[in-house]
Design a protein around this ligand. Structure first.
Ligand SMILES: [Zn+2]
Length: 367
């Protein structure tokens, strides 16, 4: 079975389980007149709905790329997670207003032993469902499954509190329905906000995890002709599809044939080992000559006075045109990038008046 049919299978198990819980809890909740149990049932109904959205999201995300959407539909999964978060938030706010009402106007409740049995069964079922869904979500790296799993875990706690409220009522005759309902709804709202922020952040596009970017750069640099790997970018189109680019530094005497073979090899490695469709850009390096070597060293020295400059790369001296080009990776926090660039080129020009310096400011895309 492939990833998407596995996600669908897990989601269907979730939907059926939740609908059974909804029917049972709704029945005992209405018979006993417990707003906490009814809220709990509504909350489970929102889970069934959110699982349904997970299925729809995964199905749509699995669509083949086409002319209009050549990067595929993978990002739909993030949008599905946003929808789930909205449903959870709605359930949370509904629960909050109803509990507030019960807090202000407490009513008589009639718990039976059936109420207690069904609520207890509900807690256990939710607990095991949560662990199962979350584990499967991690296995298939599905944001929406993990989100559903976390939500089911919170729900087990919510059900547990309804049991506690019933026990306190039966033993001590204290009605905590309203308070419990209010607290429950705050937890629901909190988990909704968290899922919302997380999936939105994924849609906006996040920095590559430091560990991953360093691993990719190290692997590229492990090829003997590669003198350095820079400017690594990575765009995610859903959890399964990544498109990226990297700039490598090679000796300027390499032929087109050699560069062709090298960049092909890098693209193959990127795809087979990291699942990335990688474009490779080339910087030539010619720091073997005395002048170039000295000039590069002095530039490095100069740049080291600027803590906002994180990296210097792509240094190249064209002796025929007397042009020098290099890139500076400058910290996002720096708000005077142009000034830094002008200062550095000014100092270099003073040292080497015969040369012209062209500096590109790079964004700090990855570690
Ligand atoms: Zn660069």
């Amino acid at each position: 079975m492939n990833r998407s049919s596995n996600i669908v299978r897990v989601s269907i198990i979730g939907i059926i389980t939740n609908l059974v819980l909804v029917a049972m809890k709704m029945t005992v909740g209405l018979i006993s007149g417990s707003v906490a149990i009814v809220n709990d049932a509504i909350n489970n109904l929102s889970d069934a709905l959110s699982s349904l959205i997970t299925i729809v999201g995964t199905k749509l995300a699995g669509r083949k790329p086409d002319k209009k959407h050549p990067y595929g539909y993978g990002k739909i999964e993030y949008i599905a997670s946003v929808s789930i978060a909205v449903i959870i938030l709605l359930a949370g706010f509904t629960g909050f207003t109803e509990s507030l009402d019960k807090l202000l106007h407490p009513q008589q409740v009639n718990y039976s032993h059936w109420t207690l049995i069904i609520v207890t069964v509900g807690i256990l079922v939710k607990f095991f469902l949560s662990r199962y869904v979350k584990a499967e979500g991690e296995k298939y790296s599905s944001e929406s499954l993990i989100a559903s799993g976390i939500d089911a875990g919170n729900d087990a706690l919510i059900s547990l509190s309804t049991l506690a409220v019933a026990a306190i009522y039966l033993l001590l005759n204290i009605n905590l329905e309203g308070i419990a309902g209010t607290v429950i709804s705050f937890f629901i709202i909190k988990s909704g906000i968290e899922i919302l922020l997380e999936s939105m952040s994924a849609i906006i596009g996040e920095r590559i995890e430091s560990e991953t970017s360093q691993k990719i750069k190290e692997r590229v640099c492990s090829l003997p002709q590669v003198k350095g790997a820079y400017d690594l970018t990575l765009h995610r189109y859903g959890p399964e599809k990544m498109i990226g680019s990297v700039h490598i530094e090679v000796d300027d005497e390499m032929t087109a044939r050699e560069i062709h073979r090298l960049t092909r090899e890098i693209s193959t490695i990127a795809f087979s080992e990291f699942g990335i469709i990688m474009t490779v850009g080339i910087y030539a390096s010619n720091d073997n000559g005395e002048v170039q070597k000295q000039m590069k060293q002095q530039t490095q020295q100069l740049v080291s006075d600027y803590p906002e400059v994180l990296e210097l790369h792509g240094f190249y001296v064209n002796e025929e045109t007397k042009n020098v080009t290099f890139d500076l990776v400058i910290d996002f926090k720096c708000d005077h990038k142009e000034k830094v660039k002008e200062e550095i080129t000014g100092k270099l020009k003073a040292m080497y008046p015969d040369y012209t310096f062209f500096v590109v400011i790079d964004d700090d895309f990855s570690d």
